[in-house]
Design a binder for this molecule. Structure first.
Ligand SMILES: [Zn+2]
Length: 537
């Protein structure tokens, strides 16, 4: 055995190479893994990290999240963990009083299950901020709650019709309640609110990168980039401060997509010109096929139990097909938000048409959420090479599910949600996605829920639809190699092997060894991006 000179040696714990495969040490030189096991342990190294009986994993990929929005939550009133309407109102009042210089109070993200039907009243906010506009985003990011001044500035009143793909909650007399559902509706208020500055957004993104590194994430998919949303990334990259590799997805909308194409191509070229393809790419286009079940806006094949509607498709099916075929021909990856079973069908139809129409290429289409899928459509994911980027953290019977989701779907459909194990058995490529700040950005929480289908309290006993549980090592594979494939990074990251970048994650214990629910106790001690430490506990 020849001795290798290394910069970094990690030893004294378990190194995870894939389901059921382990070794004992990793040696790194120039940011790349150069030896494993005994050969690594024999290396001379400038720095030796004693894993202290912990677990070394390939660093995670987050298949769908919103980092600037998550970071921006820290710029406004801190309402994301509050547990009642009263607490939210009090925090907004406190923040507004502390910031008399602000013309608008912008905040996120509140829990939409805290008011009946998710309908929040402008008057509750008027009581603490009567004179300035307030706009708050719910943590589903499909709903907003604003005060009367904001409605007034946006010109939303009893005479305002509901937009094509949005709902204005109304009192019996037709006047707006203060809750606006889907971008078409809250966009009426967004349009008059001041946008965040580039400096604010760059600062927010830097906070988001730190938060992702703290949970062991070294690649993420920003799944909602609007006009100039690539600029904060380019700013961080220029400062050598983009510490999480990122792929951007530009948002295409039904009314504007034809006019957006030139911008998508130009902004992709701008990102490519920055010349850091292993740190920043802009290879994807995001589509919303529908809304969310909690608001009754996800598109479903059979009507909702309560409203007797089929929800709210964002696109005409033929128009979605036309848009997907077009961007696919431009070499963009398709990334579709689909929640209801009708929306998932339309998303698959559009991808199927792109595959049939355009020349063969390494297209790697993505459907995210994949919450409710008709059984007939389940095999189509594997057949079309679609990665299902799933928020497995949502596969639990928490208050959101009990209060807002299950009553709309009824028992039979409720229990068919998040068919994770079925998709895996059918050969579907899976990745794990947080949808942060909608949910926690800790991938381990998503893996534990996937493995247990239980709440943090361990309910229900034995798990909700236990046949859909995903063993924790299969979950780790989806969150590492699966996400790496989604983002075309699998040739250099997503697994621990000689020749791969040292994107590594160190836990204080071997969370694959015990009960999955106990894995939640594990803590990240370190994260490395290409051999460079991006998080230290
Ligand atoms: Zn999202």
């Amino acid at each position: 055995m020849t001795t290798i000179d290394a910069d970094l040696l990690l030893t004294g714990g378990t190194v995870w190479l894939g389901p059921g495969r382990r070794t004992t040490a990793v040696a790194v030189r120039d940011g790349v893994v150069v030896a494993l096991g005994d050969e690594a342990a024999a290396c001379t190294a400038g720095e030796v990290v004693d894993l202290a009986g912990g677990l070394l994993l390939p660093a995670y990929s987050d298949g769908h999240c919103h980092p600037p929005q998550a970071g921006a939550e820290k710029l406004g009133p801190d309402i994301s963990h509050l547990e009642s309407v009263e607490e939210i109102v009090a925090e907004v009042g406190r923040y507004a009083a502390a910031h008399p210089e602000l013309e608008w109070i912008l905040g996120a993200s509140y829990d939409p299950s805290l008011a009946p039907g998710g309908s929040f009243d402008a008057a509750w906010l008027d009581a603490v901020v009567p004179d300035r506009p307030v706009l708050l985003r719910a943590h589903d990011y499909h709903t907003a709650w604003c005060n009367s001044r904001a409605l007034e500035l946006a010109g939303v009143d009893a005479a305002t019709p509901d937009p094509a793909a949005g709902v204005i909650d109304r009192h019996p007399d037709g006047s707006p309640v203060g809750t606006l559902r889907e971008p078409d509706a809250y966009g009426l208020v967004d349009a008059v609110a001041p946008p965040r500055t580039l400096a604010e957004l760059t600062g927010a993104l830097a906070l988001a990168c730190q938060a992702q590194a703290a949970f062991g994430v070294t690649w993420m998919q920003d799944a909602w980039v609007e006009t100039d949303g690539h600029l904060p990334y380019l700013a961080l990259l220029a400062d050598d401060a983009l510490t999480v590799r990122t792929n951007l997805a530009f948002l295409a909308t039904p009314d504007r997509w034809r006019d957006q194409l030139d911008t998508f191509v130009a902004q992709r070229a701008q990102v490519e010109a920055a010349g850091a393809p292993q740190l920043l790419t802009a290879r994807s286009i995001k589509f919303f096929a529908d809304g969310v079940i909690e608001s009754g806006t996800a598109e479903v094949l059979d009507p909702y139990e309560d409203s007797h509607t089929h929800g709210m498709p964002v696109w005409e099916p033929e128009e979605l097909i036309a848009a997907v075929v077009t961007i696919d021909a431009l070499g963009f990856q398709t990334h579709i938000h689909a929640i209801g079973d009708a929306a998932n069908r339309h998303a698959l139809d559009a991808i199927e048409r792109a595959v049939a129409t355009n020349p063969e290429w390494d297209r790697r289409p993505v459907i995210t959420h994949v919450q409710l899928v008709d059984p007939a459509d389940l095999p189509r994911f594997a057949a079309l090479g679609v990665t299902a980027a799933m928020q497995t953290f949502w596969a639990q019977r928490d208050p959101l599910m009990e209060l807002l989701t299950a009553p709309r779907l009824g028992d039979e459909r409720t229990d068919r949600q998040y068919p994770v194990a079925t998709l895996a058995r059918l050969g579907t490529r899976l990745s794990i996605a947080s949808d942060w700040p909608v949910s926690t950005n800790d991938p381990l929480e998503a893996l534990v829920v996937a493995a247990t289908r239980q709440t943090a309290e361990g309910l229900p006993d034995g798990g909700w639809v236990p046949s859909e549980r995903l063993p924790i090592e299969d979950g780790i594979a989806a969150a590492t190699a699966g996400g790496a494939y989604q983002g075309w990074t699998e040739s250099y990251r997503g697994s621990i092997a000689v020749g791969m970048a040292a994107d590594l994650l160190w836990y204080d214990r071997d969370l694959t060894a015990g009960e999955p629910l106990a894995a939640r106790e594990a803590n990240v001690l370190g994260t490395w991006l290409g051999g460079k430490r991006t998080f230290t506990a």
